[in-house]
Design a binder for this molecule. Sequence first.
Ligand code: F6R
Length: 237
Amino acid sequence: MTPPSGRVNLLVCDTPQAVAERAASLIERQVRAKPDSSLLVATGNTPMPTYAELARRKPKMSEVCAIQLDEYLGVSEHDPRSLYGWMERSFTRPLGVGRVLRFDAMSARPDAACAEHAAGIRTLGGIDLAILGLGPNGHLGFNEPPSDASAPTRPVVLSAASLLSNAPYWAPLAVPRQALTVGMDLILAARACLLIVTGEHKREVLGRMLEGPRTPQLPASYLQDAPLTVVADRAAC
Ligand code: F6R
C-alpha cells in the first residue's frame, strides 16, 4: 500500500501491540515537546491499547487539554455508554489529563452546543494533535459519508453502518440516532493527525482512504492532504 501524498507517513507494525507502542510514542513525543498540547481524542476500540500503553508510561499530562471528538445527542456525560464516559475511563482519568473540552450533549439547542465546542477549540488555538480511528464506512469522528473537507462541527444523523457498528455497546437498547461531531474543517486544520488502524476488517477501507480519490463518500480520504501519520498493523495493510 503506497501513501499518495508526501505529507502522509505510513508506519506498518507487525502486531496491534506494536501499533499501540508506536502510537503511544508519537503522543508522548507531542506532549513532551508541548506540555500544554490540545489533543483531539477518539474513542472506539482501536486506540484503547494505545491509551493503555500511555497509561503504563505515564507521561506528564497535567497541562494537556483533551478535546472530545464526538458524542451521542441527549446522552449525559454520566451515562457509561456516553463517549465522554469512555474518554474519561480510558484517557483523561488514567493519564491525569488536566483539562477537558467536551460537548454539551444534553443541550436543548444542539446547533448552539456544537458552535460552542468549535469556538472552544478555536480559543485553544486549534488542535495540536488529532488522534483518530477509521470508521468502517470511512467516517472520522461522526462525520458520516457524505461529509466534505469543509463540514463544520454539527449535529448529525448516524448512518446505518454506524448504528450497526455501535450496536454492541448499546444492546439491548437501540443506538441513539443522532450525534454531535467535531467537523472535518477543524480535524483537517490540526497541526498533526495520527490515524490508528488495526485489523483485517479495516484493510479495504484503509486502502481506499489512502489510494482512492478524495471524496465526501469517504470522509477520511481528505486526510491525504493533512499532515498525517498512519500507524497500522499488517492485517490492516
Ligand atoms: C469514536 C470515533 C469513531 C471511531 C471509528 C472506529 O470517538 O471517533 O470515528 O474512531 O468508528 O471505531 P473502532 O476503533 O471501534 O473501529
